[in-house]
Design a protein around this ligand. Structure first.
Ligand code: SF4
Length: 438
């Protein structure tokens, strides 16, 4: 059963039994019944309120910056169409477009959309997959904004990258905006200076997680820095420590902390930089003594996982194998059997030769698909509450049908374009990452 279907059922049941449930203090099994609505309703609510938001789901409580792209209203016919009608229209448009269009679907995308993807993977795998289709005039990225930007950087200028719902951002990526990072950099330069040490290492190297805006990747490119993914964060930090005395890591504090800790960096040498505070909330000496300065960012999906869930899984399923994503908080990673990227999680499950129970700490759409793909194992999400990545969830088949049918008519809507000067520096940081591969 897809996450969307489960939410629809839960919501219907809740509506029917609302009074009973309230009286019994029964917990909801989805973090937001509003997830059952069409995302165009949030688009409309945002337009009326004049402020962007992330919509219901895991990032609901995060504050979207004022400059966050907003989706205009979807034509009525796509809102009114049933899933069956949309299915027919999407398949027909896809067939008409043939090799002119390629659809990319992120692991965390909902089933109702992922079924049309030509490639399914993590953000970097998908951007690379698009490179195998140079004949495609349009790359339809069913992921979030920063992913579409990366695809635009890596694709040819003739290819148009399309994000079916412009409001599909990433709250974590938005937590480090270019102005705040520039401001932080200036303050760090004042403290550290710019001189190299005796070993030829600069005072600080900026490292950005793939889950960041193109502007931040470009910042890293311009300042001797690099991009990392959750698969290669250790290799990238090794690269950075060879060239720098310390690292400024953004936007995800958890990936930075978990990776550096596993490499032996003491926690007291990993101060956090809160952009809303003077010197990020640190004294000068703490910054001078630092090895990794962690940006105050996090993923609201992975922040939901906690040690109590792992303890419960271990009590309910003795021998359970707990695997979590390194965007989870440190204590969760410490309590798990292993931690790794979505690719790591997939490979760990594929490698199990005996029927095994896996409790997984990552986005629920991906976990449910793994459970369906490997019926010989018992696979479940550590979080018992169904709470998908709210921004990814804003891509509904209605939006996919719309962008595809517009393409058939020769019109490109929702194109994501990264400015040439930003592309160039961002590509430098991405190329350093590729060269840093072990
Ligand atoms: S899962 Fe977290 S990091 Fe990934 S797109 Fe959603 S909010 Fe961003």
């Amino acid at each position: 059963m897809s996450v969307n279907t489960a939410i629809q059922l839960i919501t219907r049941e809740q509506a029917e039994n609302a009074a009973k449930s309230a009286a019994a203090g029964k917990a909801t099994a989805t973090c937001s019944p509003a997830l059952a609505k069409g995302p165009w309703e949030y688009d409309l609510a945002e337009a009326l309120a004049g402020v962007p938001a992330y919509g219901p789901g895991a990032s609901n409580a995060d504050v979207a910056p004022a400059a966050t792209p907003r989706q205009g209203q979807l034509p009525e016919e796509y809102k009114l169409a049933s899933h069956g009608e949309l299915d027919v229209r999407i398949r027909a448009a896809k067939e008409k477009l043939g090799s002119r269009a390629v659809i990319l679907g992120h692991f965390y995308q909902r089933d109702e959309v992922i079924q049309y993807a030509d490639f399914v993977g993590d953000s970097f795998q998908l951007a690379n997959a698009a490179l195998t289709r140079p004949d495609a005039e349009a790359i339809i990225f069913c992921g979030v904004h920063f992913m579409a930007e990366t695809a635009d950087i890596l694709s040819t200028p003739e290819q148009a990258v399309i994000l079916p719902n412009l409001a599909a951002g990433c709250s974590m990526a938005d937590m480090a905006d270019a102005d705040s990072v520039e401001e932080c950099w200036e303050q760090l330069e004042e403290i550290f200076g710019t001189e190299k040490d005796d070993a030829g290492r600069v005072p600080v190297i900026p490292v950005t997680y793939m889950n960041s805006s193109a502007a931040l990747k470009a910042f890293c490119g311009r300042n001797g820095g690099i991009v990392c993914t959750s698969s290669n964060a250790k290799v990238v930090l090794e690269w950075a420590f060879e060239r720098g005395q310390r690292v400024l890591f953004f936007p995800d504090q958890h990936l930075g902390r978990n990776t550096a800790k596993a490499m032996g960096v003491p926690l007291e040498q990993m101060p956090m930089w809160n952009p809303r505070k003077e010197l990020g909330g640190n004294d000068e000496q703490a910054l001078l003594d630092s090895r990794v300065i962690l940006w105050h960012g996090f993923c609201s999906v992975h922040k939901r996982f906690n040690v109590g869930q792992i303890e419960k899984a271990r009590a309910d399923f003795p021998g359970v194998n707990v695997i979590v994503h390194p965007e989870c908080p440190m204590e969760v990673v410490d309590a798990a059997d292993s931690a790794g990227s979505t690719d790591f999680i997939k490979k760990a499950i594929a490698a199990a030769t005996e029927p095994t129970t896996f409790a997984i700490g990552t986005e629920v759409n991906m976990v449910n698909r793994l459970a369906a793909e490997y019926p010989q194992h018992t696979i479940f999400c550590l979080d018992p509450v169904i709470c998908p990545c709210s921004t990814m969830y804003r891509i509904h088949p209605g939006y996919l049908a719309w962008v595809l049918e517009e393409l058939v008519e020769g019109r490109i809507v929702n194109r994501i374009t990264v400015a040439d000067n930003v592309q160039e520096s961002a590509r430098t940081a991405l190329e350093r990452m590729l060269a840093a591969r072990p």
